[in-house]
Design a protein around this ligand. Structure first.
Ligand SMILES: *Cc1c(COP(=O)(O)O)cnc(C)c1O
Length: 374
């Protein structure tokens, strides 16, 4: 035991201080704990696509199974992305989820003695990517739950190497307009890397999407990250990408594992990218589901933060001064509905619910009504 403790102390203090990421509770875990039938559990906790994987992506995965003895080759996916986005292949960095690309930005640009700026209530991976490098976190107070870009600009110090911006943000669903973000990029110091995380880009109203890929040309310090985990329905395969200046990409590639994205993820992502019907239908389902959930919350007298993602964060009224969100979360679990508590995001009164299929949204609303009464 004492040897083990000595071993653990070899780990830098900044690593030992990390609070591990808290994932949404898996369906299998809830079914085990409460003796529920897995098929009766509704999971609306991780912003996954409720329609599942696109049939074309699934077919591509099945067709690739006999090739698993070979190391992966990301060429085909990079080429497809390069064509779709109108950038050079040298500007694309594939990641084992876009999470991986966020970590690569941390590995390439952060170290002890420097800092990263991000917003209060921003995605949990920014503190992780910063802490893992021993860099200092500058957390900027949010404004109405949204990123306060003016305050973030003012928070940049001489030792700041990276700014993380989620647009839209998870778990708040708040978004920045193209004008706000462009103004930030044009005023941010040129020697600070700005990571714009667009995991929910495809869920944004097309009129609200930023020309972020085109901005990479003008702002060589910009890294745009996107994912196949959300609208493309491939969360379990882990694949995402970054788009940036070729020299920035070359740096990210230096710290990237040579085969970080696996064969099945590559073929599935390539097929999913081409399956435009699936993306369009998923977007439409989200619009309808958002309306259904907002309507249901309104009937229950609950407020939520206006969201531009595939989820909403609902405010659970306090009992006196006492937060009830944790208790409501537990009651929902017993009713077989998994959502995400947000105490870890400094939002102890909110629960985040992913927009599901119409019947899943209904199950959630019924369970929520029961949990609030109980
Ligand atoms: C889900 C999410 C991601 C993407 O995660 P993957 O690693 O691509 O699965 C990135 N950023 C935000 C804000 C997210 O919510």
């Amino acid at each position: 035991m004492s040897n083990l403790l000595d071993i653990c102390e070899l780990s830098p203090a900044y690593v030992r201080a990390i609070a591990p990421y808290q994932p949404g509770k898996p369906i299998t875990a809830l079914a085990r704990e409460f003796g529920l039938d897995e098929r009766a559990v509704v999971k609306l906790a991780s912003n996954e696509n409720p329609r599942g994987i696109s049939p074309k992506a699934l077919a591509a995965v099945k067709a690739a199974l006999p090739e698993l003895a070979r190391y992966p080759d990301g060429f085909e996916l990079s080429e497809a992305l390069s064509r779709r986005l109108g950038v050079a292949m040298e500007q694309i960095v594939l990641g084992n989820g876009s999470n991986d690309v966020l970590e690569l930005a941390g590995m390439a640009f952060l170290a002890p003695g420097c800092s990263a700026v991000y917003s209060q209530h921003a995605f949990a991976v920014y503190p992780l990517a910063t802490q893992a490098r021993g860099a200092h976190s500058i957390v900027v107070a949010a404004k109405n739950y949204a990123h306060d870009l003016e305050a973030m600009l003012a928070a940049i110090r001489a030792d700041t190497h990276v700014v993380f911006i989620a647009n839209p943000n998870n778990p708040t669903g708040t978004m920045l307009t193209a004008a706000e973000l462009e103004s930030f990029l044009s005023r941010a110091p040129k020697n600070v890397v700005v990571v714009v995380d667009e995991a929910y880009n495809e869920y944004l109203d097309p009129a609200l999407r930023c020309p972020s890929i085109a901005w990479v040309e003008r702002f060589p310090n910009l890294i745009v990250t996107r994912t196949f985990s959300k609208v493309y329905g491939l969360a379990g395969l882990r694949v995402g990408y970054g788009v940036c200046h070729p020299e920035v990409a070359a740096l990210l590639n230096r710290v990237r594992q040579p085969f970080n994205v696996n064969n099945l993820a590559i073929v599935a992502a390539t097929a999913a990218l081409a399956d435009e019907d699936f993306v369009r239908e998923s977007y439409a389902l989200n619009v309808a589901g958002m309306a259904q959930l907002l309507d249901g919350c309104k009937r229950l007298g609950l407020a939520s933060i206006p969201s531009h993602g595939n989820f909403i964060s609902v405010e659970i009224p306090r009992a006196g001064t006492q937060s009830q969100a944790g208790a409501v979360y537990q009651k929902l679990l017993r009713l077989g509905v998994i959502v995400r508590p947000l105490a870890g995001y400094a939002m102890p009164d909110h629960l985040r619910v992913t927009i599901g299929l119409a019947e899943e949204n209904m199950r959630f609303l019924e369970a929520l009504e029961a949990a609030l009464k109980a």
